[in-house]
Design a binder for this molecule. Structure first.
Ligand code: PMP
Length: 406
């Protein structure tokens, strides 16, 4: 049977990382990686994470026993509060939420997809934004849920194609699954405004669609956790039944530790708690067969911070450091390009938010800056803002300027 397995294409992002590593030029710049870097282009362990690690290491009670199937309750409970808007969220007060600790955001999207593949009673088709995080396609395909797309990015304005998006959601068969990025859309950095979210919610309601939120950048976009969950909070306040896949990779810098959560929120019906209990029982079976029990370390770190007022405040400070540096780099890149008089408009660099920016560079230009200037970015023209720093932003701006003029 081994002979029938065809060669799979290389993951484009990991291929890019390998090419960057192999490049010997000292001027090389990595704008591909989706991870935060400090001003010296180095990974940054959040000071609050170091503190939590210290606390855990000094805890004589800690052991390496299995976590419960649904994960560490002090972690999942606070994780739900974080994305749903605090203990006062109607869904939390009315106990209409069930949460399962997952293998970071990827595992959360997967568990959600698997759950919907098995139990979703509507049109088993998921609508993804065009473009979206590439892994969405594979995850839903793997569980047998067909994929459709809704327009999202307007190439002309480098902003949201709101009319196209609304039209597609209205045109989709009733009761379809709609995947939405809660904030800091990957790869475009373009989010709907709250008023636009309200219109989107209204269409989703009208069409009885099912919202599936993916949140991987809460607190990372604006630096304000409550601002970055505004869309999810609004949908919950409106009484939607929905699911959320939540990652703590970026906002805690816990990438490799795989800390995440999957949440199901039911609507405010009189039998909501009974429904939630049934859903939780099914999620436990899926989790058991997939990973049995989730990993401890990352969830323990996050739980330590989320459950302590002082550490939480320090985390917010750390988030502001990361988001602030990124916003500074947006301003710097835009102003350097404008100073150089680079053809085109560059306001989108500061209009877009979160870790990424969709520069508008074509695939040809992307390959050319890689070859000529050793600046690495994905072929769709996406740059990770965290790869920029005060030492390389001018160099990158000049490289973009040159390639745009050619
Ligand atoms: N969703 C989106 C939109 C993302 O950008 C990411 C991170 N690249 C994830 C989910 C999940 O990442 P992880 O599994 O590392 O938490």
């Amino acid at each position: 049977t081994a002979q029938v397995v065809p060669q799979a294409p290389e993951d484009p992002l990991f291929g890019l990382m390998a090419a960057y590593r192999a490049d010997k030029d000292p001027k090389k710049v990595d704008l591909g990686i989706g991870a935060y870097r400090d001003n010296n282009a180095k990974p940054w362990v959040l000071p609050v994470v170091k503190k939590a690690d210290e606390i855990l290491r000094n805890d004589p009670e800690l052991n390496h026993e299995y976590a419960p199937i649904a994960g560490i309750p002090t972690f999942t409970g606070k994780a739900a509060e974080l994305i749903l808007g605090g203990a006062d969220s109607p869904a939390i007060k009315e106990k209409r939420v069930t949460s399962v600790q997952t293998i970071s955001g990827t595992g959360a999207v997967h568990l959600g997809a698997l759950f919907l593949a098995k139990f979703f009673p509507g049109n088993k088709k998921v609508y993804l934004s065009n473009p979206t995080w590439a892994n969405h396609n594979q995850i839903f395909t793997n569980v047998g849920i067909p994929i459709a797309q809704y327009p999202y990015f307007d190439k002309a304005t480098k902003g949201l194609d709101f009319e196209g998006m609304k039209k597609a959601l209205l045109g989709a068969e009733d009761r379809s699954i709609i995947l939405l990025h809660a904030c800091a859309h990957n790869p475009t950095g373009v989010d709907p405004t709250l008023d636009q979210w309200k219109e989107i919610a209204q269409i989703i309601r009208q069409k009885s669609h099912f919202p599936f939120f993916d949140t991987a950048y809460q607190g990372f976009a604006t630096g304000d956790l409550m601002k970055d969950n505004a869309a999810v909070r609004y949908f919950v306040e409106q009484g939607f039944e929905l699911v959320v896949a939540q990652s703590f990779a970026k906002n805690f810098g816990l990438y490799g530790e795989r800390a995440g959560c999957f949440h199901v929120v039911t609507g405010p019906a009189s039998d909501a708690q009974e429904t939630i209990t049934r859903i939780a029982s099914q999620l436990a079976i899926l989790q058991r067969s997939e990973i049995s029990n989730p990993p401890l370390y990352g969830a323990r770190i996050a739980s330590t911070v989320l459950n302590d007022k002082a550490l939480f405040a320090e985390w917010e400070e750390n988030l502001r450091t990361m988001s602030g540096r990124i916003i500074d780099m947006r301003k710097a890149l835009r102003s350097k390009l404008e100073e150089l008089g680079t053809p085109g408009t560059w306001n989108h660099i500061t209009d877009q938010i979160g870790m990424f920016s969709f520069t508008g560079l074509t695939e040809k230009q992307v390959l050319k800056v890689r070859e000529d200037a050793h600046v690495y970015m994905t072929k769709n023209g996406r740059i990770s803002m965290a790869g920029l720093n005060t030492n390389n932003v001018e160099y990158v701006a000049k490289a973009f300027d040159k390639v745009v003029r050619e």
